[in-house]
Design a protein around this ligand. Sequence first.
Ligand SMILES: [Zn+2]
Length: 210
Amino acid sequence: MGSCWVFATIIAIENDQDWWYLSCKKCPKKVNAVGTRFYCEKCDRFDITGNPRFKIQVRVIDGTGSASLLMWDRECIQLIGKNASDLKDEMVKNSADLGYPSDIEALVDRKILFKIQIKLQNIKEYNDVFTVMRLTVDDDLISKHVTIPCFESQDSTSENEVSTPNKTPTKQSTSNKIQESNTVKRGFDVNLSTQMSSNKTRRIVKEEKN
Ligand SMILES: [Zn+2]
């Protein structure tokens, strides 16, 4: 349907321990173990090894609402500065089988400008997990992008497709530090916070597990 830039803070990691998956060596698709080998459906080929890749889902907030964002390998490497097999090796070295690598826990509280994909199911099926297409932590870029309109291809129809109340009162959060941009706030509000109001807390943030 479109895409949207959102400036938001990561507040929790939503994966259990599945912060990585084994992909095909020729493509990013997940492989299935078949005996001692791995099979990629897309490439229709077997291999004796695969590539560990990141797949991390985070909960984020901005001044107006919250949502879950799914980050794939490229964006995770960009944020963490290491690849998934590096972190796996470190976990083994530290004999830390449970929980997340500290590099992943360190994502919490980071403020990031995300470009998220808005799919039809996000709107129609109240799915609040959005896929991250790009992200940036560069301060200069953030200051520029935060002032551009949220929707890249904004027109009257896209406004109507988003079936939200016509007038959403701006919520005044006392701890709202993200007031730089009304455009980004509005976009996040329109797309996400109305879905948040259904109070779906189907995932448990990690703090509650301990
Ligand atoms: Zn493949």
